[in-house]
Design a protein. Sequence first.
Length: 319
Amino acid sequence: MMMQQPMQQQQQQQQPMMMQQPMMMMQQQPMMMQPTMPPLEHFLAASSFLTVKQEVEMLEAIVGFETENEYKIIGIDASTMQAGQIGKAFEQSDCCTRQMCGPQREFQMRIQCAYGAGPKLDVLRLERPFRCCQSPCCCMLQELTVIKVANSMEPMEMPLGKVQEIFAPCGPRINIFDQNGVVLYLVEGPCIRCDNCCCEVTFEIKVGGENGACGVPRAIAFNQSRAAGLLASLHNGKAAPRIHRVVACAGPVCGTLKKMAGDALTETFTDADTFGIQFPSGPQFPHGCPTQHKALLLGCVFLIDMMFFEKGNDEQGAY
């Protein structure tokens, strides 16, 4: 009996301690707070630099069967202010189109991000129409539309703007338009092609100016403005068909978009690439790059990947 009493006392002392341990663990774990900002702001506002990394598809690498691309988006999490994966992009395209059309294919890209303790939310949708060739022909220019999608937090869908290739005799040039058709940025690539798998390809992001056309001769911009006025008069004051307002990109380089150098094995057997985008900064952006501009430049990454670095079943990328 004397032996049993100490054992009972020890068991009674251990029971409160065992109950306290889960409570202490619950107190140590940080509570996941619901973000106060909208999903798109939560996704992009905290990051001044993003890394977009395409995932390697084993079926595509071994057999050569073109599959839907998936990308990891790495940046600064607005909830924890720590670097890590903040989103993911999923291509949606037809199987026959991928095999037959290769990089010229039509596709939609869904971009998701984590939002608090709830499920992941779709925040952006990218839409790229089919183009039969990628030549410098002015009638086959590539484009991509960026749309903020409706979700459980924001019921309204809204187009943010467009990413559109412009005709250039030397090197790729891409205009970034807002929803009103005003050029925000000009993205310029190098003229000299790099075939080395270890090359790093840099595209300069230039801010829009006010003295002419972004990558277009000033006379063309003037004629376009006269054409817009003529259309308005012909429609008797009614809303005329929208013409993209062309603004000069005479400003300095304010950011960069880079295709990172990859290892020889990945570059040889797959078309999985990694991109880094430094968002615009400087005196023109006293409050930082707006979230809408970041979304448009992120869309530009996917268009550039398809235009210049996505390989078909029997071809190499353009760079």
